[in-house]
Unconditional design. Sequence first.
Length: 112
Amino acid sequence: MLTAAGAERQQVASSYFLDGSMIPRTEKRNIDERSEVRCPSLSSTAVLEFRSRKHVVRLLNISGSGAMVIFPHVPNIGERLLLRVLDRGPVWAQVRWVRDGRIGLSFAGKSE
């Protein structure tokens, strides 16, 4: 049997899903915590394979370990996608965050 406190905790915990919705922050970031410099790509577009479909996406920035793209769909946090960038070739990426029509990807390794 759940107590009132247990039921409240269960309700709060169940409101967070891995569907791309962000966990709310109580404080705004004041510093840039990225470990690498983001660079523009030679191409401003890329092809993202999402659930067996290819989508042309706008590439906002890229680094050796990840990228940010504009994407109207909402992938799950942790979902693996194949990103094809003109000057880098295909690379597997994992969704790290989703917000306001943009997604952050971390690269997992070159595709064979």
